[in-house]
Design a protein around this ligand. Structure first.
Ligand code: ATP
Ligand code: CA
Ligand code: CA
Length: 436
């Protein structure tokens, strides 16, 4: 069975953390959004807004169930970023904090970061290392400028940067970002591509047990896969990718990847419709197996009733001091999912929230891609230099993944460019190769 996340309820080990994260977001985001909009100033990028929560509460901070401290970083910058990404402020708050429901994915990567989905699967909370946190603050202005100039950027969309600290606990930094994959579409295959081949292989024999595992560069090549985009879409895609990678190179970032979720229109959504229950992934564990599948959940069009309920909830969130009911029953989760209309107006979300494959002549083909550049907060710092040194001793230097940012970006772009072509183009190329 495909697995998607463990619901974080009151019996979950990370319940208090999740509760505090959501309470902090709810209070600080509604505080910022309640004010009249204004242009950003340089100082906005440096702001840290601290709140202390406790059971008593005070005139600035409503009472909370647990004692904790919350920091909101550059709240106005993120408010503006959310607007640039065309999020509806009310929707954002409701999705994340309307009910205290998250599902935890554990930590699918090697970094130890934890991932949580909002109950409607639109948003992901990722815990990040202190170094990543510091780095994001440092590059925030460049990132903001880039998003302003490139509304269709493929880079991860950051919606908030926060920190929680429990009494005697350590500081937990986290970002809120977009889930690239839609709640309403089955993703039949997922690839995480870096353009490197060393160690970039998901064991094919393990696929039997994990048919939806995230595959990597070597699996892609082995399947002779292509990102099937005809002339027009290919150009749009590669041009944007190039601009995004230029930024990452300039900011000395590496280790990012292109995440591609493929929806096969021939298969459609059948598998989802057969399994209406929330699938459970890595129950209680922290270190997840090297795969994960954040989609494949049932979708449903929101009814009028649901919209009314939403409006009610929002009023509740904004007006009441009390957090909304916690720990609703787990069976509710799939009900919360609704049609992901996609982000209207964005190029790479134009086809049912994604980017539909095309033939050479730009007519539609049978796949929809959901894609973006993820994990882009790794600065080419000391750690990577060490890794480079060690790996360099044992492997071909140009193939290892910890290249300096300039080379990393070139290799990344080269790889993705090479595999982006329509079926027709790929077919011709194969014939030419056979002939030669
Ligand atoms: P590492 O540093 O070891 O690569 P990490 O903890 O930094 O791991 P990421 O690379 O950011 O984790 O993500 C790990 C996996 O989580 C990705 O391969 C992808 O399957 C999933 N994932 C990450 N971000 C998103 C996103 N925005 N939308 C959908 N899935 C995502
Ligand atoms: Ca990664
Ligand atoms: Ca990482």
């Amino acid at each position: 069975r495909v697995l998607v996340g463990t619901k974080v309820d009151e019996s979950h080990a990370n319940w208090v953390t999740a509760y505090n994260m959501l309470t902090g977001i709810r209070v600080s985001v509604s505080r910022t959004n309640a004010k009249l909009d204004r242009p950003l100033t340089d100082a906005d990028f440096e702001v840290k807004q601290k709140s202390t929560f406790d059971i008593a509460g005070n005139e600035l901070v409503p009472s909370a169930k647990y004692d904790f401290k919350f920091k909101d970083y550059a709240p106005w910058v993120f408010r503006h970023l959310r607007a640039l990404f065309r999020l509806d402020p009310a929707d954002y708050l409701i999705s994340l904090t309307g009910k205290y429901i998250l599902s935890e994915l554990g930590s699918p990567g090697k970094s130890g970061s934890f991932f949580y989905f909002s109950r409607d699967y639109k948003y992901i909370i990722k815990t990040i290392h202190h170094a990543e946190h510091r780095f994001l603050r440092k590059i925030l202005k460049d990132y903001y400028q880039h998003v302003k100039e490139n509304p269709n950027t493929l880079l991860s969309q950051f919606y908030g940067l926060h920190r929680v600290k429990m009494p005697y606990g350590r500081k937990i930094h986290f970002v809120v970002m977009n889930n690239l994959f839609p709640p309403h579409r089955d993703i039949h295959q997922t690839f995480d591509l870096k353009g490197s081949t060393v160690g970039r292989d998901y064991k094919e024999e393990d696929l039997e047990n994990n048919p939806r595992a995230t595959l990597k560069d070597l699996n892609w090549l082995r399947r002779k896969r292509h990102l099937e985009l005809g002339v027009q879409k290919k150009q749009l895609f590669l041009e944007q990718l190039q601009k995004d990678v230029r930024l990452l190179q300039r900011l000395q970032i590496m280790d990012y990847s292109l995440l591609i979720g493929i929806h096969d229109l021939e298969k459609g959504n059948e598998e989802n419709l057969r399994d209406k229950t929330l699938r459970v992934f890595n129950p209680g564990g922290s270190k997840a197996p090297d795969d994960f599948d954040p989609h494949s959940v049932l979708m449903r069009t929101p009814s009028k009733l649901e919209n009314q309920r939403k409006a009610r909830e929002l009023r509740q969130i904004i007006q009441s001091e009390k957090p909304v009911p916690m720990g609703e029953t787990s069976s509710r989760m799939p009900d919360e999912l609704e049609e992901g209309q996609g982000r209207s107006g964005f190029i790479f979300n134009q086809d049912d929230g994604g980017f539909r494959a095309t033939h050479e002549d730009n007519t539609p083909a049978d796949e929809i891609y959901y894609l973006g550049v993820i994990d882009c907060l790794t600065h080419y710092g000391i750690i990577k230099k060490i890794e480079h040194f060690w790996k360099g001793l044992s492997s071909d230097r140009s193939q290892i993944s910890a290249l300096p940012p300039q080379e990393y970006g070139e290799r990344f772009i080269n790889f993705i460019s090479k595999v982006t072509m329509s079926q027709e183009e790929a077919h011709r190329l194969a014939q030419e190769e056979d002939a030669a």
